[in-house]
Write a new protein. Structure first.
Length: 347
């Protein structure tokens, strides 16, 4: 059976402690229900942008957001399809596993979705590679490492999948488990293409299934994309003889710490002092109210006309929805008459 080689360093332990503290704050914030939909949506969009950008996709974050909301963008068919595929996987991550565990069938299905309509040979979608490939930096052409032979892929993948469901893996901190899964998948490089994206989904899924990111708030891919040379350099630095991945885990855990800190900052900013002092527990909003808040989060403001269009309701009904949110001190109005707009109230 696969057995990862690593050790807990002071850096890893320190970062895991900070991650646990930040996660606790986020999950216990009194403002989370109002922002749950928008935080999840933003994380998925950013992940789709960053994970595909790492591998050369040219779409901007704004273009990815437009695609996610059903709007057309000017880009190559392949670039758009890669993003749409990745969005589809992240949006259905809870439906792509069997009984809360990851199986070989799951991973092949995930890869098939990720690469659908983007590979030269459609038979490569959702199928282990039948020819040798080299792992390299597409931007520089540099060879990062040479993966195992084709005939070893099946054995190695089944060993990894068996380990993921083993007591030894379940006993690890979810962040460590996700980091191990990410690296070992990349090392095996089981597919002709799409390995990086699939590995990052595997890491996200591991966190999700282990109860770490059940709300899908965290975007790890931003961290990798912010410094692609470092991402490739750490992958390249692993000793292929000892397979000691301690250095990789230090990098991976730091990425989770950076990502969760960004979410915490947003939550703290949104959970204003006044709201925390005047309300106990979490603020329960209706589906309509959550959609209104999400619209403001994405567009900065909302008008009566926007609300009418969203729900196909009268001006009076739209006004009532906005007034309810205003009275709850969640939004506030600016301007008068036709210039009247509503924004999030932060203080």
């Amino acid at each position: 059976m696969f057995k990862p080689v690593f050790r807990y360093t002071d850096k890893i332990v320190r970062d895991l402690t900070q991650i646990a503290a930040a996660r606790e704050l986020i999950l216990n914030s009194p403002f989370i229900p109002k922002w749950e939909v928008s935080l999840r949506r933003e994380a998925i969009i950013r992940s789709a942008h960053s994970s595909t950008a790492i591998e050369g996709n040219s779409l901007s974050l704004e273009q990815v957001s437009n695609l996610a909301h059903g709007r057309e963008v000017m880009a190559t068919r392949k670039d758009k399809q890669e993003v749409l595929n990745y969005l589809k996987v992240l949006e259905s991550i809870d439906k792509l596993t069997d009984s809360k565990k990851i199986t070989e069938k799951n991973l092949l299905q995930i890869h098939k979705i990720i690469t659908q309509g983007t590979l030269e040979n459609p038979s490569d979608c959702g199928a282990y590679r039948n020819r040798y490939v080299i792992v390299g930096n597409r931007l520089t052409g540099e060879v990062i490492f040479r993966p195992p032979a084709n005939e070893d892929v099946l054995k190695l993948m089944r060993a990894l999948i068996a380990w993921l469901d083993s007591p030894a893996a379940q006993a690890l901190d979810p962040v460590i488990g996700a980091g191990i899964a990410h690296y070992e998948f990349v090392r095996i490089h089981p597919f002709v293409d799409g390995n990086g994206r699939t590995a990052r989904v595997l890491a996200a899924m591991t966190l999700y299934l282990r109860g770490f990111d059940t709300k899908q708030f965290f975007c790890l891919d931003d961290y990798y994309d912010s410094d692609r040379p470092s991402y490739y350099r750490v992958l390249q630095s692993m000793d292929q003889k000892t397979l000691d991945i301690t250095h990789w885990l230090e990098y991976f855990v730091k990425g989770v710490k950076v990502s969760i800190a960004a979410v915490k900052e947003s939550v703290v900013r949104l959970s204003s002092e006044r709201l925390r002092k005047t309300r106990k527990g979490q603020i329960a909003l209706t589906e309509k109210q959550m959609r209104i808040v999400e619209f403001i989060n994405q567009n900065g403001r909302i008008t009566n006309r926007d609300v009418r269009g969203m729900f196909k309701i009268t001006s009076q009904a739209a006004h009532k929805e906005l007034i309810k949110l205003a009275r709850a001190a969640i939004i506030e109005s600016f301007g008068k008459g036709r210039s009247l707009v509503y924004q999030i109230k932060f203080s």
